[in-house]
Design a binder for this molecule. Structure first.
Ligand SMILES: [Zn+2]
Length: 115
């Protein structure tokens, strides 16, 4: 049996719903609180994973015990609201990035002849 990392158990609800993936029929995954990467959750723990894909260094959040205290049905009801909020925020951001005065743009640098 895999040993845990000796850190106190974290309740999944304290991570935030947007850091959980509780889709029916899919493996549960969560955002590791240590390295901020999506990580599979099995048998009450985050799977061992590396924090750095270049060096392969093991994340100290590996085998972190997480108590799943969120009801998947509740999470699934929350998900559409969250997606709508994200979409709304994205549209607002687009508007900020594309003000009316900026419609005429200089040619992109790739089309310019090499110096
Ligand atoms: Zn991690």
């Amino acid at each position: 049996m895999t040993r845990h990392n000796n850190r106190p158990v974290i309740a999944a609800s304290t991570l935030g719903f947007e850091r959980l993936s509780l889709h029916a029929g899919e493996p549960v995954s969560m955002v590791c609180p240590t390295c901020e990467r999506w990580t599979l959750w099995r048998r009450g723990m985050l799977k061992a994973h590396s924090a750095d894909h270049v060096t392969g260094a093991r994340c100290t959040g590996s085998n972190q015990r997480i108590y799943l205290d969120v009801d998947p049905a509740q999470w699934l009801r929350w998900l559409p609201e969250f997606k709508a909020a994200v979409e709304l925020a994205r549209r607002r951001t687009d508007r900020v990035h594309l003000p009316h005065g900026h419609r005429t743009m200089a040619p992109p640098p790739l089309l310019r002849p090499a110096a």
